[in-house]
Design a protein around this ligand. Structure first.
Ligand code: NAD
Ligand code: TDX
Length: 337
């Protein structure tokens, strides 16, 4: 099968390319990626020489390149490409609107032209925020309530995907997943930022009171969930994917990482909060468990240990991204003074 993967040079996309080729070695992967600041071409350096892997540098908003790529016999599209960082969406909402809404629409139009199977990667953030210390979780029927420019753009893209299913019969599925972590994630995001700061002798910056909760999902478990939905999911359905069974606050997580890296609490500093910071995300993944027999395979402890080790051993991969990310954070802080 020929598969178009958009955003395959980013964090989850590159893990998915490697995962898919290891499980389906006869398939042909076409990775369409603009190589924005968030991409790292080194993430797939071990795959580049595989004759089943093809890279196309291009923008998903460019219908010419999208149509040209798809007309080479693509049967399935797995759509990862997006602007993904909430802090950057507060600084530059328009680029999120362009890639996440207009870009998704461009891919949907091309998929419609060739009537292709389309799987959309989305986020739990479309559901808004939950209160602390409550048993509430997001399920597939939770009403959408996005609160940042990032989540608003992802919510809009989800609505377009479902509109193409209902209006044009496009065979679509969606996964809404929680916060991923693991190898090849940009050090602009919380877990790799903490690890790389500690490696550099810097402190962990905790936004606000640090009592925010995310539902951490190891990236390979997410890849397994996407595979389950692509191969066994019901057309026109969305599936929630999460990783944890009990809440872990950002401060709890910082403590876990400090302990693994043999550092003390003096290495934590509270910094000004993110505007509009969503308090808590928690996913109910009963549907994918019951219908498609998926559940996380790694414990949180195993996933975090593997992630710390990976960053300790792969400085050459993350160093250039770290320099860029910390420059961004300095600019952002200065602009808020
Ligand atoms: P990422 O930021 O690491 O990578 C995004 C990739 O998309 C990059 O390779 C970038 O070059 C590419 N890209 C961006 N704009 C493009 C454009 N206009 N045309 C072509 N390529 C473009 O992202 P990620 O963390 O791997 O996230 C992948 C998907 O998963 C996104 O759709 C995101 O919304 C979703 N998601 C991510 C998480 C998470 O925790 N990382 C959680 C839930 C959902
Ligand atoms: O330096 C930091 N300090 C801090 O306290 C950073 C970078 C983050 N945080 C907090 C903010 C959040 O509560 O950590 C939590 C996680 O932050 P991010 O890594 O920026 O992730 P989040 O905003 O939760 O969004 C992520 O998960 C859902 C991805 O970036 C999205 O693409 C995905 O949809």
């Amino acid at each position: 099968m020929k598969i178009l993967i958009t955003g395959g040079s980013g964090f989850i996309g590159s893990n998915f390319v490697r995962f898919w080729l290891s499980r389906h070695p006869n398939d042909e992967i076409y990775n369409l990626d603009k190589l924005t600041y968030a991409a790292n071409p080194k993430s797939l350096s071990d795959i580049e020489s595989n004759p089943h892997y093809h890279f196309i540098k291009g923008d998903i908003c460019d219908s010419k390149i999208v149509n040209e790529t798809i007309s080479s016999g693509i049967e399935l599209i797995v759509h990862f490409a997006a602007e993904t960082h909430v802090d950057r969406s507060l600084d530059d909402p328009l680029s999120f609107l362009k890639t996440n809404i207009f870009g998704t629409h461009t891919i949907l139009e091309a998929a419609k032209k060739f009537n292709l199977r389309f799987h959309h990667i989305s986020t739990d953030e479309v559901f808004g925020a939950l209160p602390l210390d409550s048993p509430e979780k997001f399920c597939e029927t939770t009403p959408y309530d996005p609160r940042s420019p990032y989540s608003a753009s992802k919510a809009a893209s989800d609505h377009f995907v479902m509109a193409y299913y209902h209006s044009f019969g496009l065979p679509v599925t969606i996964t809404n997943c929680s916060n991923n972590y693991g190898p090849y994630q940009s050090p602009e995001k919380f877990i790799p930022r903490m690890i790389t700061n500690l490696i550099d002798g810097q402190k962990i910056p905790i936004y606000g009171d640090g009592l925010y909760v995310r539902d951490w999902l190891y990236v390979t478990d997410h890849c397994r969930a996407i595979e389950a939905v692509i191969t066994k999911g019901k057309i026109g359905q969305s599936y929630n994917v999460g990783g944890l069974v009990k809440d872990v606050s950002n401060l709890d997580l910082a403590q876990i990482i400090l302990k693994i890296m043999s550092k003390d609490e003096a290495n934590v500093e509270h910094v000004p909060d993110r505007p509009g910071h969503d308090r808590r995300y928690s996913m109910d993944w009963t549907k994918i468990q019951k219908d498609l027999n998926w559940q996380p395979s790694l414990t949180f402890e195993e996933g975090i240990m593997a992630t710390v080790k990976w960053y300790q051993n792969n400085e050459i991969w993350w160093r250039p991204m770290k320099i860029e990310a910390e420059e961004f954070y300095r600019r952002l802080a200065a602009s808020r003074k």
